[in-house]
Structure formats: structure tokens, C-alpha cells
Design a binder for this molecule. Structure first.
Ligand SMILES: Nc1ncnc2c1ncn2[C@@H]1O[C@H](COP(=O)(O)OP(=O)(O)OP(=O)(O)O)[C@@H](O)[C@H]1O
Ligand SMILES: O=C(O)[C@@H](O)C(=O)CO
Length: 440
């Protein structure tokens, strides 16, 4: 196998693992590279660079994304994929729009002809986790985005379901929509609609999709599009990336053998199990509530009062729990929107997240170094980003998945532990009990 054809720039780590999982499910081998990469990627079909750019300052998000995209282009990727959240998590300042603008400019700079004015084309629709886009309105299961629990996210509250409107607030470029009637009419019609949008000067095109077939139609249209020698810039959540892999691989999911090969990981030593939950999403709070093992609470107020002492106390409580049980121990700061708002007014906006992320990183690193933790489950994208930075991990391989978007990951080349980076809204309510069965 040679270098990757699909190169994704993911705005958080859980999203990167979700995409790598979805592509692996199609039999395409995928790796996740944490942070700004150096050197050529290992052999794979899809390389995903996991950034922590969803809520970073705009200039940093754009700079990191461009560095990642240039590396992917140099590695030979012909499709550059901007991976954002299936619930479009962002603020009016960005970072989905500014990063999309920068990637389009990178791909088309100095090019004439079809590649010259090519827009980015994408969709957050990911039917396997209940995200669909209809008339530009994003649905989370049966709810409009703005009526879903995402309206109360601590960092990126989503209170508008109309993604053409949301994205238009983040970019000066015109945002066009290819609606579902066109998508259902097939790849030729989609291709024509994207071309029409390009000719009227659209910088970004969002595409409705309700089913995997819709995504396959879109992927077919994109892979056929004449873009000269410029890389194609696609965007969205895991759904479209998987469809690109599926369509390119011949239209149907690859046979089981390929799927298994795409998820082969080396053996990991036995050891303790730890869960670190920093997500306040409704699903994570349900998973915390359903967990019946030892629970150690982590409070931003305690961390603000004395960071070092609070972290020491949490680790001491985890060590104490391990003296009496082999069960996984849960360290959680997950709180409901009322409590999160109270912390924010007490400590100042963003301060709780800053403290809790720093604490999550330190707790993970010390639990591995001193308590023998070898299986780690984290909940929340920002939380995962903080943990992986503290652990200094580089390349991650995709292992078995415990549900859609929930693969166990193993660091390469040193498989010293297995980690499951759970996205806030993913996983069955009992996941904190059931996830371990498939751990490598
Ligand atoms: N009790 C709390 N009060 C305020 N903020 C909190 C609290 N607990 C966690 N946080 C912060 O809220 C943020 C949650 O974001 P995170 O990305 O980790 O979860 P998520 O958004 O649910 O997951 P995903 O991005 O995968 O959907 C983190 O920065 C975390 O540190
Ligand atoms: O698309 C999703 O919902 C996830 O991959 C994600 O981005 C979590 O942060």
C-alpha cells in the first residue's frame, strides 16, 4: 500500500476517530495523526490529522488547518476533507467558515479552469448517528438542532438549525444549498447543481442528505467532478467521508476480511481501567448516571481554589478505589446546563473548561504512569484533545469499534495502552460498562 488518497483535517480528536472508524468500516485503512504532523505518514488509504481547533482562536484554527492540509497534499492526498461535527458545533466567529475559506484557497490558488473557482462541498449528515440535513435544516434524530440538547453546549451552543444561515455568518463567501430533491435525482443532477453554484460565485455548497444512498450519490458526483490537478475540498462529518471511501472502493462495503484488516492493532498490556468524563452533553450525562462503579467527582471550583491539591486528591481517590475493585473507575466533571452556567458566572466564561481540560490531561498522564491504567475511556472532544496532548501521543491506529464512531485506538509505534475517545453525544447509555468487552 502507498500513501493516502483521502486526507482529513479534523477539528477535534473524537471527530477524527469517528471519521477513521467510518472509513475503516468500508475496508479502507485509516490512521489518526495527533496535532501538527511531521515526516511522511505510515502506509494507509486515509490519514486524519486531529487538531484541537473547534473553539481555538480563529487565526490559530486556520493556521493549524492549513499546516495539516499542506502536509496531506504533500503526502499525495487528492481529496482534502474538512471534518467538522455532525452537529455543526461552532460559533458565529467560526471556525468552520474560516477554515473552509482557507482550504478552498489553498486548493485552488493560482489555478484556472474548473479548479479555479471550485467551492468546498459538504454536509454534516451522518444517518448512522441520526444526523440529517433537509432544506438546509439540521436534525439530530427527530429534533431540530436548535431544539436539541446542543442548544445548551457549554462552548458552542447551537441555537439556529439553518446551516446556510449559520455558515454565512462565519464567512464572506456565498453559501449555496443543493436541496434533497436534487440529491435524490442522482449524481448527474448533483454535479450540475454544484457547477451552477460555482458559476454564480458560491464559495461553499451545503448538500441535503437523509440516507446513505444520498451520501453515495453526492460522493459519486464529487469523485467525478473535474477539478484539474487541484485537490477536491469536501467537508462534513463522518458520513460523507465514509461514502467517498465506499464509492471509490467500488460502491459496496468491502468484504469482512478487509474490514478486519483495516482494524488490526497490536496487543496492549493488561492493566487498570479509567473513565475520564468532561463532556456535559445529554448522552454523556446519561452514561454517567447509569455507571454503577466507583465515581470520583471533579469540580472546577475546587480546581480554581487549588489546582494541584485537587488533582492530587482525585488521584488518591482513584488509587483508593483500585485497592478494593478491578472495575473501571469514573472521574467526572459532567454537569447539567444550570450548573455549568453557575460555574461560568462564578469563575468567568471559559475558565471552568480551561481548568477541567488541564486537570483531565494531568490525571490521565499520572494514572497511566503511577496507577497502572492501560485502558482509558474519555468522554468529550475537547477533553480528549487535552488528554492526548498531555500523553504526547502521535499516530493512533483504529481498533475494534463498540458502536458507530466509537473505535478503540492504539498508539503507534508503542502500543502501551488502548484509548476510546468517546464523542459527547455518542454511545449507548450503558457504554461505560459495555465498552471494555472489545478493548484490544
Ligand atoms: N462542570 C463543568 N462546568 C463547565 N464546563 C465543563 C464542566 N465539565 C466539563 N466542562 C467543559 O465543557 C467542555 C465540554 O466539551 P467536550 O468537547 O469535552 O464535550 P462535548 O462537546 O460533549 O463532546 P463532543 O465535542 O465530542 O461533542 C470541555 O471544555 C469541558 O472541560
Ligand atoms: O461528528 C460528530 O458528531 C463527531 O465526530 C464529533 O465531531 C465529535 O466532536
Amino acid at each position: 500500500m502507498t500513501g493516502p488518497w483521502l486526507g482529513a483535517v479534523a477539528d477535534d480528536l473524537t471527530g477524527a476517530c469517528d471519521l477513521a472508524d467510518a472509513v475503516s468500516e468500508q475496508g479502507e485503512s485509516a490512521i489518526v495523526v495527533v496535532g501538527t504532523p511531521g515526516g511522511p505518514p505510515p502506509a494507509c488509504g486515509c490519514a486524519v490529522v486531529a487538531l484541537k481547533s473547534r473553539t481555538a482562536p480563529r487565526a490559530e484554527a486556520v493556521g493549524d488547518s492549513l499546516t495539516a492540509a499542506r502536509w496531506l497534499v504533500e503526502a499525495g492526498c487528492t481529496t482534502i476533507y474538512q471534518k467538522y461535527c455532525s452537529t455543526f458545533d461552532s460559533t458565529d466567529e467560526g471556525n468552520i467558515g474560516p477554515v473552509a475559506d482557507a482550504l478552498v484557497q489553498l486548493a485552488t490558488a493560482g489555478r484556472a479552469g474548473p479548479a479555479g473557482g471550485a467551492p468546498s462541498v459538504g454536509t454534516p449528515a451522518t444517518p448512522r448517528v441520526g444526523r440529517t440535513l433537509y432544506q438546509g435544516q439540521l436534525f439530530v434524530g427527530r429534533q431540530l438542532l436548535s431544539e436539541s440538547p446542543l442548544r445548551d453546549h457549554p462552548l458552542t451552543p447551537m441555537r439556529d438549525s439553518d446551516l446556510v444561515r449559520v455558515l454565512s455568518r462565519q464567512t464572506r463567501a456565498t453559501v449555496a444549498l443543493v436541496d434533497w430533491n436534487t440529491v435524490a435525482a442522482g449524481p448527474e443532477r448533483i454535479h450540475a447543481a454544484i457547477d451552477a453554484a460555482r458559476r454564480t460565485g458560491a464559495g461553499h455548497v451545503l448538500v441535503d442528505a437523509l440516507t446513505e444512498t444520498d451520501l453515495d450519490n453526492l460522493a459519486t458526483a464529487l469523485l467525478r467532478a473535474p477539478t484539474g490537478d487541484a485537490p477536491l475540498v469536501a467537508g462534513g462529518a463522518a458520513g460523507l467521508a465514509a461514502a467517498l471511501a465506499r464509492v471509490r472502493g467500488g460502491g459496496t462495503p468491502s468484504p469482512g476480511l478487509n474490514r478486519a484488516a483495516a482494524r488490526a492493532v497490536p496487543a496492549v498490556p493488561n492493566g487498570r481501567r479509567l473513565i475520564l468524563s468532561g463532556s456535559c452533553s445529554a448522552r454523556t450525562r446519561e452514561q454517567v448516571a447509569r455507571f454503577t462503579g466507583p465515581l470520583v467527582s471533579l469540580s472546577p471550583v475546587d480546581l480554581d481554589a487549588d489546582f494541584g491539591q485537587t488533582v492530587d486528591a482525585v488521584l488518591a481517590a482513584v488509587a483508593e478505589a483500585y485497592r478494593t475493585t478491578d472495575d473501571p473507575v469514573l472521574v467526572s466533571s459532567s454537569a447539567d446546563p444550570v450548573l455549568v452556567a453557575r460555574y461560568d458566572s462564578q469563575l468567568g466564561p471559559g475558565r471552568s473548561a480551561e481548568l477541567l481540560e488541564a486537570a483531565a490531561g494531568e490525571i490521565a498522564a499520572r494514572a497511566i504512569a503511577t496507577l497502572g491504567v492501560r485502558r482509558l475511556l474519555t468522554a468529550g472532544g475537547e477533553t480528549a484533545g487535552a488528554v492526548v496532548r498531555a500523553l504526547g501521543l502521535g499516530v493512533l491506529r483504529v481498533g475494534p469499534a463498540v458502536g458507530p464512531g466509537l473505535p478503540w485506538m492504539v498508539p503507534d509505534p508503542d502500543p502501551k495502552l488502548a484509548i476510546l475517545f468517546k464523542s459527547g453525544n455518542f454511545g449507548e447509555p450503558d457504554l461505560f460498562h459495555t465498552a471494555w468487552k472489545l478493548a484490544p
